[in-house]
Design a protein around this ligand. Structure first.
Ligand code: SAH
Length: 250
């Protein structure tokens, strides 16, 4: 229920205006979220402007972590949703805020989940969106689609709160024998996949086209479990060795 909101991490990438960090913290606290991560902010942090605009959500700012790379911010997450004002070429299809929030709340029962926001000027890069399992777009006026960063945080955290309020009381926690893969485990799979595809000469590193991006989207969308990632990596190891009998079989 509402405790689920504490498992939603808000990640702001490359923020330029300290006031937006403060306003985002305020937006989060009003909706019951508390975990803020700043990836390579382009402004000084902490700063007086952030604190002023946080207007009492100072605890969110004090607890905020600053990390150098988006991968570090998402490593332990079981699901990450990127946000964008516009549909990007070669990206996963964009969801509306409400279904995206309902899905995020359901997945938060299994581990940390994240909402990822981009730079004020240019949003998230394609490579950053490639770290996300899904993409959400707030359906704004197509002729003027870009919200202020903290306003976007407000809209999406509100959707999450509504989804959490609507959730039926959770059943008692059960041991899950097959937990979802973390983003770090998925990154390990992608590196292994790329190595194996180069080894079998399916992927030409000189002419990669968009193969790895397409494959990332396929696996990210699937919501793989940790053991499914192990199976896929086992297949890759076997493929890299050139096939033949699987190890340990007569
Ligand atoms: N020119 C940038 C706009 C950046 S606005 C672009 O086209 O992406 C700063 C951030 O606010 C975005 O990276 C995104 O995280 C969020 N945002 C703004 N408008 C949004 C919208 N309509 N839907 C989803 N996120 C939005």
């Amino acid at each position: 229920m509402l405790q689920t909101l504490s498992r939603i991490r808000v990640v702001l990438v490359g923020t330029t205006h300290p006031g937006n960090i403060g306003s985002a913290a305020r937006a989060m606290k009003t909706m019951g979220l508390a975990e803020l991560v700043l990836v390579a902010p382009e402004c000084a942090f902490p700063s007086a402007d952030s604190t002023t605009l946080a207007a009492g959500a100072d605890d969110v700012l004090v607890a905020a972590r600053v990390l150098p790379r988006l991968e570090d911010a998402l490593a332990d997450c079981v699901w990450a949703v990127g946000t964008s004002a516009r549909r990007r070429g070669h990206s996963v299809p964009a969801l509306d805020p409400n279904p995206a929030a309902q899905d995020l709340i359901a997945r938060a029962a299994q581990g940390p989940v994240a909402l990822v926001f981009g730079r004020e000027s240019s949003g998230l890069t394609n490579e950053e969106l490639d770290c996300c399992n899904a993409l959400v777009q707030i359906p704004t006026n197509p002729e003027f689609s870009s919200l202020n960063l903290a306003a976007a945080v407000q809209v999406l955290t509100y959707s999450c709160r509504i989804a959490a309020l609507a959730e039926s009381p959770p059943s008692p926690p059960e041991y899950d024998p097959d937990p979802p893969a973390t983003q770090a485990e998925l990154e390990g799979l992608f590196e292994h996949l790329q190595r194996a595809l180069i080894r079998i000469e399916f992927l030409d590193p000189e002419k990669p086209r968009h193969l790895m991006r397409r494959l990332r989207h396929l696996y990210l969308r699937a919501g793989l479990s940790a053991s499914e990632v192990r199976i896929l990596r086992g297949i890759l190891t076997h493929t890299e060795r050139g096939g033949g009998r699987p190890l340990g079989r007569p």
